[in-house]
Design a protein around this ligand. Sequence first.
Ligand code: SF4
Ligand code: SF4
Length: 137
Amino acid sequence: MTDKIKKIRLTDRNVKFLEKVEEISGESITLCDQCGTCSAGCPFVEEMDITPSQLMREVLLGQEEVLRARTTWICASCFTCTVRCPRMLDVSKVAEALRQIGLRQAIDEIDINIIDREEYRKMPTIALVSAYRKLTG
Ligand code: SF4
Ligand code: SF4
């Protein structure tokens, strides 16, 4: 852990958020030592706004703003990071937990109302159902 992180004092709210994500994901996020292996191997990292290891750090620090990170939605649960993590952490479960918390707060990734009607008609039903289930609360 870097000196910068050591100096940060977590508030009760930060700790609560961290504990909530740990409870829902079942992952011991405090074990993350920020080695960056997950980010280095993630096949979708180019599409993400923050890397998987940054996502873990934000949660570790109890930063609720991480609920707005697109990375949680981009993570495809491919488990590449999971099999490589030296701490045996599953980032995809953390991303899933963040999606659940976000959706409970009505933080939707897509707004169904702004999808173009023509586009809507062309979309395969399975894509629409998947989008409704994963990206909206
Ligand atoms: S690979 Fe594991 S320990 Fe390393 S930064 Fe990612 S989650 Fe943390
Ligand atoms: S599970 Fe998610 S974060 Fe991990 S490598 Fe796959 S897409 Fe990236």
